[in-house]
Structures are given as C-alpha cells and as structure tokens.
Write a protein that binds this ligand. Structure first.
Ligand code: GLU
Length: 310
C-alpha cells in the first residue's frame, strides 16, 4: 500500500529537516541576503485539490528560478510549441548563469538555466514589456490559483545587479536567437523572478503541472497536457542545474530549485509540492529543502523509477 500524502505528517518532516545545518543564503541582491535563514516551510497539493501545509507555509518569498518551468510552459503555450525550436533541452553540467550557449545553434542550452529563461520569458505574448509582464503575472497566478504580486524592490535590484543576465541577453542578441532588446529581456525576466509566492502557492503551481495542466484547486486548465508533460520532462533532466543527475538518481522527483531556497516538485499524477529554506549548497539548492525532498521521495514513495510500494 502506498503511503497517504493526505495524512502525512508535515510538521514532523519540518522538525527533522530543521536539524540540518550549513549552507549560505544567496547574496546576489540585498533582499535575498537579508532572507531569514530559519524560514522553513513545506506544502503539498494533491490532485483532488487537498492542500497540506506546515507552519510558515504562508510566509512570502520571491520565486526566483522556481519560476522557470512556468515561463517555459507559457512560452510553449503562446508559441504553439515553437519555443522548442528556440531553446535546447539538454542538461548543461554547468552553473545556472554560465555565459554559454549551445554550440552550433547559439540557442540557450535549456529553459531551466538563466539564458533559457531569459529567452522563454521573451517568447510569451505581449506587444511590449508591460503587456508581457502582465501576461506572465496572470499566467503565474492561474498556476497558483490566486492573485500573485511582484516585489518591486526585488525586481529593480534583479534588473540592476543582474550583470550576467545582461551579458547572456546581449550574447543571444549577437547570435540572433533573442528577438527583443537585451534590456527588455532582462527586465521581464527580473520581474518574473521577483513574483512573491509562499510554499502553499508554489505547491499548487507544481501540482498544476503534475495534473496535466489543470489547477487541482481551481479546476482551471492553464496549459495543455502536452505542454505540462514537456515541462515536467525538462524539470526532470535540467531542473537542479549541474546537480540534476544526482538529484534524479537519489530523489527521482522532477524539481526546480531557486536561489531563494525554494524547491518546487511535480510528481505526475501524484502531487505538487514545495519546500523553502534559504541556506543553499554549492549547486544553489536549498540544503534543508534537499533533505525534505529526500524524505518526501522515500516516505511517500515518489521516486519516478522506484518500485517500493507498488
Ligand atoms: N534571479 C536569479 C538570477 O537570475 C535566479 C537564479 C536562481 O534562482 O537560481 O540570477
């Protein structure tokens, strides 16, 4: 018999993972450097719309790179799949912000690294930056099942201080793969990273992908089953940057990590989940978040290739 996510003791997991020490909060912008290292929350969203949340699952944080699967999803939706011609889907084995494009094509290597997310954000419909921002925010809100907002000071600093993102956007312009201005691309991506979520909202976002593109709480179809499948597949192979292979072997749940210390999980047909704890390991993955995902994988039998309780 499979363990039951509906009765799983999230407070107990939270207590256990709080014992993990180490890691460091990201310092790329002042808001992230000031994050509370002891924030620790988990949430699960199940296909029947049930939400399970630990303490602090309503504490807001900027979504950062956990937004990338959803930008990819919206780009696939708005380009009718053509985004797959414009961005690669191969893991890089390199850091999230490596100044590197696919050799031969000049395309970003995949949508889960910064180059790819700068590009996918630029492919989302909108005549100008404001329209595109607005569509992204509405789309993310549909994934979350509630109205989300942008942290304006995070967005400003991401834009101002994101030198490597500016470099990547210019490189893609030079290669002819980015069709909006470099500054517009960075501005839109910076605002997307600055959207405020909490563990509960992020779990619902992951669940929407895990439920074939239908938000299990609102029942709204946000993207098609084909788009959801494509996105979850690329989360599985590229979602944890240069730690993706190790992640998939050990934890086996498609995931996306982020510098705010959040991890979003999509286990198709089973659940969406999110965990947040700001101290990061050397791959930019939340230390406690990883321990939590390990526990969820084993204790809820979520490894994609595991056969423990089946
Ligand atoms: N805003 C961050 C950046 O683009 C996101 C990186 C991350 O969360 O991994 O540098």
């Amino acid at each position: 018999m499979r363990p039951d996510a509906g009765t799983y003791d999230l407070e107990d997991v939270r207590r256990r993972i709080m014992q993990t020490q180490g890691g460091a909060v990201d310092e790329s912008i002042p808001e992230l450097a000031a994050a509370d290292p002891d924030l620790c929350a988990l949430a699960l969203a199940l296909p029947d719309g049930t939400l399970r949340a630990s303490a602090q699952a309503d504490v807001p944080f900027s979504v950062q790179s956990a937004v990338k699967p959803f930008l990819f999803a919206m780009a696939l939706r708005d380009t009718d799949g053509d985004a797959l011609e414009r961005v690669g889907i191969e893991p890089t084995g390199e850091a999230f912000d490596a100044i590197k494009l696919e050799s031969g094509t000049g395309r970003p290597p995949n949508p889960m690294v910064n180059a790819g997310a700068l590009l996918t954000a630029s492919l989302i419909d909108g005549g100008d930056v404001d329209e595109r921002d607005d569509r992204i925010l509405r789309g993310l809100s549909a994934f979350a099942g509630r109205r989300l907002e942008v942290d304006e000071s995070v967005a400003r600093n991401e834009h101002l201080l994101g030198d490597r993102n500016h470099a990547l956007a210019h490189l893609m312009r030079a290669e002819g793969t980015l069709h909006v201005s470099a500054d517009d691309a960075v501005a839109v991506y910076a605002r997307a990273c600055a959207v405020l979520v909490d563990a509960e909202a992020l779990a619902v976002m992951g669940a929407t992908l895990a439920c074939g593109g239908v938000n299990p709480v609102t029942q709204e179809r946000v993207v098609s089953p084909a788009v959801a499948r494509d996105v979850v597949s690329v989360m599985a192979t590229c979602g944890v940057y240069d730690g993706s292979g190790r992640w998939m072997r050990a934890i086996g749940i498609p995931a996306k990590s982020s510098v705010s210390g959040a991890i979003v999980l999509s286990a198709p047909g089973r659940l969406g989940a999110a965990v947040v704890s700001p101290p990061l390991d050397e791959y930019g993955t939340s230390m406690r978040g990883k321990v939590a995902c390990d526990a969820l994988s084993i204790e809820l039998d979520l490894h994609a290739f595991g056969t423990a309780a089946r």
